[in-house]
Design a protein around this ligand. Structure first.
Ligand SMILES: [Zn+2]
Ligand SMILES: [Zn+2]
Length: 247
């Protein structure tokens, strides 16, 4: 207790590669407990690792792809119907996050976005390259390169002197250097081993650029089968579902 930590609730890609759950990073930063991304399988992973969803203060979203935000409708419905949440919930993400979440809710559970609840949900649109202070959190969103219908971000979260950053999904962009700067933990996607594609980063590129990242600890996530088949060759630490890292 009292120690800040991150637990990877979901370390997979969009397609269930390796049987891994979709992106969901739980961070207990002392003064605040939050999820960074909330992929479609988030409620499964929250319950699998016995986290009480009612204790989560905030959900921060890197970009508006289903494997990063589609868990929110289920989270809100669980809070309303199962957990009986009272504590307010903050949802912060790219421009349009509120309308995209509400549209997803209406599509999946018609009427669910309009229902009266016993807890308040506050949506905040993050602004690129601007540190935003919300309660005990200082959140900075750096624009990255990943087509997703709105600006995709790498997120840097500071709380109680600890800094956790996450690349979201992106190909290499120098804004990752800013996001990782001074972080206790920087989590980076590494989708392919050495294949260069648009929108995603390869392990080889990350390895080449590693010296530019001034984080204390670097971990990879969001790996495809191409990466998962070569885990023993990797020289950078990587996430696994359920893995806990003290920071
Ligand atoms: Zn994506
Ligand atoms: Zn993704």
């Amino acid at each position: 207790m009292g120690k800040s930590f991150v637990r990877f609730l979901g370390s997979g890609d969009a397609f269930g590669s390796g049987g891994r759950l979709q992106t969901c990073i739980y961070a207990d930063l002392g003064a605040s407990r939050l999820l960074i991304d909330c992929g479609g399988s988030a409620m499964v992973s929250i319950k699998r690792w016995r986290i009480d969803p009612a204790t989560i203060d905030a959900i921060l979203i890197t970009h508006l792809h289903g494997d990063h935000f589609a868990g929110i409708p289920f989270f809100i419905l669980d809070a309303q119907l199962v957990t009986k949440r009272i504590r307010p919930l903050l949802i912060a993400g790219p421009p349009g996050v509120e309308s995209r979440v509400k549209a997803a809710m209406e599509l999946l559970f018609p009427g669910s976005s309009q229902i009266r609840r016993n807890f308040e949900v506050t949506f905040v649109e993050l602004v690129e390259n601007q540190a935003m202070v919300i309660d005990s959190l200082t959140i900075t969103a750096y624009p990255v390169v990943h087509a997703s219908g709105s600006t995709p971000f790498a997120l840097r979260v500071e709380c109680g002197g600890k800094i956790v950053s996450y690349s979201g999904d992106t190909e290499w962009t120098d804004s990752l250097i800013q996001a990782a700067k001074g972080a206790d933990l920087f989590v980076s996607e590494a989708y392919f081993y050495d294949k260069q594609v648009k929108n995603h980063l390869s392990y080889k590129t990350l390895l080449e650029r590693k010296k530019e990242l001034t984080c204390r600890r670097l971990m990879m996530t969001h790996m495809s089968d191409d990466m998962l088949g070569r885990l023993e060759q990797l020289e950078i630490d990587y996430a696994e579902d359920g893995k806990c890292v003290f920071i």
